[in-house]
Structure formats: C-alpha cells, structure tokens
Design a protein around this ligand. Structure first.
Ligand code: ZN
Ligand code: ZN
Length: 334
C-alpha cells in the first residue's frame, strides 16, 4: 500500500494535489473528514475554526495520532491512498506504520493562498489579508501538544512541492515528484523476494535445534524448496524422531548421529526426486551452508548461494565454496 500524505497551509493547493492524485489511481481520504463527520454528529457547522477546535479536541481525547489511526483502520491494503490534511507529527507516525509512506508539503506564498481562499469563498474564511494572517497566527500559537502542529508536520515532509504559478505548472511538478516517489517505493529485489520465501519455508522445519530452509531458483523461478527435519517416513524431529537433537548435545557435536536432513540438502534432493536439473541455479538459504551441504551444492552445479544468517562453524565450508568458485552472498533480512 502506497500512502501519500498532504500537508501545508490553508488554501495552498492540498485539495488540488489530492484530486490530481485521484486521477493517477489513488483513493482520496482526508483527516478533516473524520472531524467533519464528528461535527455533523454534534450538529456543528463545518467552518474552519470549528473544525480546528474539534480536531484538537479529538486528538486530546483519543491520542495525538487518532485521526490518522481511524482513517488507516478503514483502508484497504490492496489500494493506494492520498491522505489530505495531515497536521500533526503523530499522524505522520501513524501513517508511516500503515504502508510505504511519503509526506508531500504543498507550499504556496501567502498572497497566492489568500487570493485562492477568496476565490474559494468558504464560510468562515478571512475576507482581508490581515484577517487571513491573523487566523494563521492563531492556528500556530498553541502550546497544547494535542493541537495541530502544522510547522513541525511540514518539517517532516519527504518533498516540498511549490504551487505559486499556474495550475498546469503545479500539476506538472506533482507529476515529476510522484514519478520519483513511486520509483523510491522500491519493490523487494529478487534476492530479497526469494530470501523472504525461504524464511517462510523455514517455518515448516521440524528440527528441534533450529528451523532452516532453502529455495533453489533458476531464471528467477523457484524450482525446489527444502526445510530441515527427519527424512520422509521417519518420525518428525520435534516429535522425538531424532535422538541427537532431542538430547542435549552441544551445537555442532555428535552430528554423525543426527537423523535430520538440512534445508539445503532437502532442496537438492527434492529436485532430484522430481528429476529437475539445478545446474547453474542459485540457492537461497536461511543459514549459511554446513560443510556437507556445501559439498552437495558444489557438485550439484549451483553457482551462487545467498544466505541470511551465518552458521557458526562454516569457515571450512566458506573456504571450499570460494575455491570451487561458488558465489557466497550474505543478505540479512529482519
Ligand atoms: Zn533435528
Ligand atoms: Zn547442512
């Protein structure tokens, strides 16, 4: 889920930015809508001053991130959203937690904003520049932590987009920033993608000692997987199947008595079970391979091994893989 937050001063162009993003496939929601709904419930008019006071009250009563949290709770994780009227750092934090988040600060000079505010002529808007300035000052001048904190929120922006010229210029700028932002929302790399899958597979491991898994990939396709545990038809390690793992042997000791197959071993054997060639493939494993698995990896023709954590006793294996010209790459994912 991509979420773009919009922040900035009154009549700066946030709504226009929101509408433009809707034409790019984003769903529009506004934190002000939470407040507007509350105003409606209470029979209050939705003039600016009412909304600000009510927003401050809601933050005070339900926590400073409440408006954003309520909005996030309604979101569909398969969609991308533009969230208008972000006015508090806690709202930024709540949105960050919800998805790939960027905050756009829509900036326009005071005079331009006043002109637009006049043209928009919403109830309760200032009619003179002096009133407009005074209103803005009142909105900034709160020492209450639950009150909106527009200046601090603006300072958290990922990008500032200027809106001092024509609508066309603004939309063109928005377009450029959006394109750059979407590029920055990087999808996982192929290595990350396959390592994440290996970590999922590891959850099936039935060994008492630790859960390890491997995924074998050729031409960006998974051709085999394996997790560690006792061989097919033998009681699972975690059900007492392997006396060595269920005893109290030190890690790395009495390995010759261990009934458990390793994740890499099982992935290689699984490929042979189905008659699939793994020559020139890449093996993703949640732990760096032991000496025995490294020998199998070399002789199976695997060219590259990507591992998440380093197995403690693998110096010899590492040296041997290097000598056999198998690339060994560490990729630690959280
Ligand atoms: Zn075991
Ligand atoms: Zn092994």
């Amino acid at each position: 889920m991509i979420i773009i937050g919009l922040t900035g001063r009154n009549a700066g162009g946030k709504t226009t930015a929101g509408q433009t993003l809707v034409t790019k496939g984003f769903y529009y929601v506004s934190l002000s809508d939470v407040i507007r709904n509350e105003a409606k419930k209470r029979g209050l008019s939705d003039v600016r001053e009412n909304l600000i006071a009510l927003g401050n009250e809601l933050r005070e009563r339900h926590g400073t991130g409440a408006l954003a949290e309520l909005t996030v709770a309604e979101m569909d994780p398969d969609k991308n959203y533009v969230v208008d009227s972000v006015r508090h750092p806690a709202e930024v934090a709540a949105l960050k937690k919800a998805g790939s988040f960027s905050l756009f600060h829509i900036f326009a000079p005071l005079e331009a904003r006043f002109e637009r505010s006049l043209a928009r002529a919403r109830d309760g808007d200032a009619k003179t520049l002096q009133d407009f300035i005074a209103q803005e000052q009142r909105e900034f001048a709160s020492s209450n932590a639950a009150a909106q904190q527009l200046l601090q929120t603006e300072s958290l922006a990922t990008r500032t987009i200027e809106n001092s010229g024509t609508l066309e210029e603004f939309k063109a700028r928005l377009d450029v920033v959006l394109r750059e932002t979407q590029i920055a929302f990087s999808r996982p790399s192929w290595d990350e993608y396959f390592m994440n899958i290996a970590k999922q597979v590891a959850a099936r491991g039935n060994c008492m000692k630790r859960q390890v898994a491997a995924v074998i990939v050729a031409e960006k396709r998974i051709i085999s997987t394996g997790y560690n545990g006792t061989p097919r038809g033998v009681k699972n390690c975690n059900e007492g199947g392997c006396p060595r793992c269920n005893g109290f042997s030190e890690s790395g000791k009495n390995l010759d008595e261990c009934l458990c197959s390793h994740g890499e071993e099982n992935a290689i054997v699984q490929a042979s079970y189905h008659g699939i060639a793994i020559k020139d493939a890449t093996l993703y494993t949640t732990y760096s391979p032991c000496l025995m698995c490294s020998k199998m990896i070399i002789n199976a023709g695997i060219r590259r091994v990507v591992y998440n954590d380093a197995y403690p006793l693998n110096d010899t294996a590492t040296r041997m893989l290097a000598e056999a010209k198998v690339d060994l790459v560490k990729l630690k994912l959280d």
